[in-house]
Design a protein around this ligand. Structure first.
Ligand SMILES: Cc1ncc(C[n+]2csc(CCOP(=O)(O)OP(=O)(O)O)c2C)c(N)n1
Ligand SMILES: [Mg+2]
Length: 620
């Protein structure tokens, strides 16, 4: 009889065909378990599939007697302290999944069932933007990764780390295995590997995490061979878990920082452009401090929660034209063509420290006059220090004067927004500004977090609500790929749950329908959140584009909903949500029905239940 200890790892596993009913029954019998016992309670594993794929009785191993490859893998992952592992279950990760369940007790990580692999990765995207650390996603290496690909690309564009593990069978051409699974997403991940041994897994897993978490943060992929997962670790085998030491993010060189500080101090009308500048509340606070110290205007593309939405120094992008110096903070796509002739452009960005070339996400070369390749959040404290040191007393009054000018412009912009919001206030379908305003009245005294893109509901949330904490908003998608928002919002809501925050998702109908199954995951895992539909029953942006095209060609604009409406039949979003365990109301078409529905839905969310309001809205 073969002792598992003596066998080579590759003999010591089961492939899909060997886990047939006959061998499962033998395994159950070998442990003394009753045949009627459910699969979860049988602690046995069939090992050693033969060439014909039939397991022999003597090859049955009892889990509790030894450690398996996937147990060791979890030992390695323990120090990363993954709170959650999203997955769509598959045979090539059966070893890992079982180790999470029984070896780890389904805690740190806890498995989160995703009904589509794109959901598994996009949830990681949203989760990171609240929690500041990644979750792990366990995905079928071949077909699963194909489903997940757009979500990987969105995370890459948005500089978000997701720790993706792929189940794969390197040695089995009869399975849906892949020779080089990472290849498909290599253009939009930072690093990947397919370890050959457990020792190799340990080193690569820690490296992958370190690479993913170092600025610029990005997704990484680790292909985990099924046989490695399932092998019994031979007795006496010495395996160690490499220690993970987080890298400090790259901060700007002190001479360069001093030079930049001098440029800022000398500028007459400086403006900060902020994109993915803040990674945490500390980053947001630093940007506020620098802006206030200089009384500089701030233009925010809101890819992160960089700057308070009601701050008087916040400006519209047109202000770039008036600046004599623009400092772009993690904003590599800001083109100097948007600046006035002769204006200077400076940059602090980690973009050049790592990027990829095939899938475009970078814009034209920025042509900065002065550039520091570094992480803005890590660099800002020393820049603030230098500015404070260099700012002469004699400049104080001119600094205050330009601050007053920015505040005046900000005030004008806000008044224009308010006037615009009031247009069509009583319309049915609903005015999106009214939906955002009524919602705000109900949440403003609560601890809330907007877990969707700020341009949801035509930016009205961003324009009308008071965003001032880092977790108030998760920023945009990175790729602008439709289908991101619904699952990313649930990932962010999952992160918000333990903090007791009220997660709000302003959800476009087109985006929703890519992955409606996302809702089931929220209900199944008790993730409370309020989803309010921007249900304009259309891919409205596309209708606008096609209509413009028709107008330019002097042809019939009225037909341009063809191919872009999501109507006839109208989707019953409330019914769909209820079918997956959500509290839901709608369609809500009349403004007078809105406020009571919001109150009822929030009460549900506060009792722990996800709730959806199907608000039928104006196109914009
Ligand atoms: C994956 C993907 N497919 C197609 C597009 C093209 N696209 C851009 S906007 C848009 C419409 C989005 O509709 P919806 O989410 O309902 O928002 P609305 O425009 O109605 O506000 C589409 C299809 C895209 N960005 N991503
Ligand atoms: Mg729509």
């Amino acid at each position: 009889m073969d002792k598992p200890d003596n066998r080579k790892p590759e003999d010591n596993t089961s492939d899909e065909s060997s886990v047939d009913r006959r061998s499962f029954i033998k395994a159950a019998a070998a442990t003394g378990a009753a045949l009627a016992t459910s699969a979860q309670s049988i602690s046995a594993q069939v090992t050693g599939g033969t060439a014909a794929g039939v397991a022999r009785e003597e090859e049955v191993e009892i889990v509790s007697e030894g450690k398996y490859g996937s147990d060791f893998m979890m030992d390695v992952l323990k120090q990363m302290d993954f709170e959650f592992m999203t997955l769509n279950t598959h045979s090539d990760s059966a070893g890992l999944q079982e180790s999470v369940i029984n070896y780890m007790g389904n805690t740190n990580p806890e498995l989160i069932t995703a009904l589509h692999e794109e959901v598994a990765v996009a949830m990681g995207h949203g989760y990171y933007k609240i929690e500041g650390k990644p979750l792990a996603a366990l995905i079928y290496g071949s077909v699963g990764l194909q489903h997940a690909a757009m979500a990987v690309y969105s995370a890459f564009c948005d500089r978000v780390p997701v720790f993706i593990m792929l189940g794969n069978q390197r040695n089995n051409p009869n399975s849906r295995s892949v020779q080089d699974p990472g290849a498909m997403v290599r253009d939009f991940t930072k690093w990947d590997d397919a370890p050959l041994t457990l020792d190799h897994f340990a080193k690569s897993a820690v490296r992958a995490y370190s690479v993913a978490m170092t600025t610029p943060t990005m997704p990484v992929v680790l292909s985990v061979d099924k046989k490695l997962q399932e092998m019994v670790i031979p007795r006496g085998e010495k395996l160690r878990v490499p220690k993970y030491s987080p890298n400090t993010p790259p901060a700007g060189d002190s001479n360069a920082v001093r030079e930049l500080a001098q440029m800022l101090v000398d500028a007459e009308f400086p403006v900060l452009g902020v994109e993915r500048a803040a990674r945490s509340q500390a980053g947001l606070d630093s940007i506020v401090e620098l802006a206030e110290l200089l009384q500089a205007g701030v233009v925010d593309t809101i890819q992160r929660m960089n700057f308070p939405s009601k701050h008087p120094l916040l400006q519209e992008p047109t202000i770039f034209r008036e600046a004599d110096l623009v400092l772009a903070l993690e904003m590599p796509m800001l083109s100097r063509t948007r600046l006035k002739e002769g204006a200077k452009l400076a940059s602090i960005s980690s973009f050049d420290l790592f990027t990829r070339s095939n899938y475009w996400h970078f814009g034209n070369y920025q042509e900065p006059d002065f550039s520091i390749a570094a992480d803005p959040e890590a660099t800002l404290p020393s820049l603030i220090e230098e500015v404070r040191r260099l700012l002469p007393r004699s400049k104080r009054s001119s600094v205050q004067a330009r601050g007053a000018k920015f505040a005046e412009i900000n005030q004008r912009n806000r008044q224009a927004d308010k006037a615009f919001a009031a247009k069509g206030w009583n319309h049915s379908p609903l005015n999106t500004a009214r939906v955002a305003a009524e919602l705000w009245d109900e949440i403003k005294n609560k601890d809330w977090s907007l877990v969707s893109r700020s341009d949801g509901m035509s930016d009205w949330g961003w324009k009308l609500w008071d965003f001032n904490k880092y977790y108030h908003h998760i920023g945009q998608s990175g790729s602008v790929g439709v289908g991101y928002s619904n699952p990313a919002s649930i990932g962010a809501a999952l992160a918000n749950r333990k903090h007791g925050r009220l997660s709000i998702n302003l959800q476009n109908d087109g985006d929703f329908m890519f992955l409606p199954s996302t809702l089931w995951t929220a209900a199944h895992h008790n993730i409370p959140m309020l989803t309010v539909m921007h249900n304009n029953r259309a891919y409205n942006q596309e209708i606008m584009l096609i209509s413009r095209m028709a107008a330019l060609r002097d042809r019939d604009v009225s037909r341009c909903t063809i191919g872009s409406e999501i109507n006839n039949p109208a989707i019953d979003f409330a019914g769909l949500a209820r079918s997956m365990g959500w509290y839901a109301e709608g369609p809500i078409e009349h403004p007078s029905d809105l406020r009571p529905a919001i109150r009822r839905a929030i009460a549900q969310v506060e009792s722990g239940v996800p709730a959806l309001l199907d608000t039928v809205t104006q196109p914009n």
